[in-house]
Design a protein around this ligand. Structure first.
Ligand SMILES: O=P(O)(O)OC[C@@H](O)[C@@H](O)c1c[nH]c2ccccc12
Length: 278
């Protein structure tokens, strides 16, 4: 069993427990009562022309299957507020409990603390989780291509859009990028970490991003350690970076986000100039 399969088995167990406490019908009712979602596509610069700003999706992440404990994060609200102050475009909140030590309570707390779009970061395998994300105020959900059949992906993407949210469609191979594009994904993530083995290979970003036409917002996910990594991803066409570990471990995450956006904007501007001339 791959790591991804193992995580998903746990996610399904936790899900069936929640479903016993709150029925699909109830969670649907809650979702329809929730304040309207914010436009994460716009927040990520999807409508900007040219796209010369590098956006940061800053993640609230306590733990991970590859690294174990990362940070305690006793107060996710103040961490998220610091992210927003530093200029993050979107806050990502892990809600998977077993491996990442996240929760829907974290999502609620963060939602209440910031005014920018919030991503519910989890392993979406059931429609219930999409309604639930909306019920808890999420504006963006994660759909991992490697975990889903095309038919599921399509119906999950449709439901997400019907609820006024956006989906971050996560890929790791050229074949997965093609599937995401064929489904009309507007926000495509390239995770340089292989979720089946947890290996990180930063070169995956450049080799896949080149195959994505202009249109979708492209996000580099995982392994952003410092400004050099941001520069590398932006030079290869990332419109945004998704950063967890480097921010939760940093003493001044707001400052780090500021440095990342500055370096990224420089690289994207140089890239736009270069492309304009060639
Ligand atoms: O902590 P990092 O290396 O900055 O990574 C953040 C993010 O990319 C990572 O948390 C992630 C990417 N895709 C996921 C899918 C599920 C859970 C977690 C993830």
């Amino acid at each position: 069993m791959s790591v991804l399969d193992d995580i998903i088995a746990g996610v399904r167990e936790d899900l069936s427990e929640r479903r016993q406490n709150v029925s699909l019908e109830e969670v649907r009712g809650q979702a329809l009562q929730a304040p309207a979602p914010l436009d994460a596509y716009a927040a990520l610069g999807g409508n900007a022309e040219p796209r010369t700003e590098l956006r940061v999706i800053a993640e609230v992440k306590r733990s991970s299957p590859s690294k174990g404990e990362l940070a305690d994060i006793a107060d996710p609200a103040s961490l998220a507020a610091a992210y927003e102050r530093g200029g993050a475009a979107v806050i990502s909140v892990l809600t998977e409990q077993r491996r990442f030590r996240g929760s829907l309570a974290d999502l609620d707390t963060v939602r209440a603390a910031v005014g920018i779009p919030v991503l519910r970061k989890d392993f979406t395998v059931d429609e219930y989780q999409i309604w639930e994300a909306r019920a808890h105020g999420a504006d963006l959900i994660l759909l991992i291509v490697a975990a889903l059949e095309d038919e599921q992906l399509r119906s999950f993407l449709d439901l997400t859009h019907e609820l006024g949210m956006n989906a971050l469609v996560e890929t790791h191979t050229a074949e997965e990028v093609d599937r995401a594009l064929a489904l009309g994904a507007r926000i495509i993530g390239i995770n340089v970490r292989n979720l089946k083995t947890l290996d990180v290979d930063r070169s995956v970003f450049a080799s896949l991003a080149g195959g994505i036409p202009s249109g979708p917002v492209v996000i580099a996910e995982s392994g952003v350690r410092d400004v050099a990594d941001v520069e590398h991803y932006a030079s290869n066409g990332a419109n945004a970076v998704l950063v967890g570990e480097a921010l939760v471990k940093h003493a001044s995450p707001a400052e780090t986000i500021g440095e990342f956006t500055a370096v990224g904007a420089k690289a994207l501007t140089a890239r736009a100039r270069h492309h304009g001339e060639s």
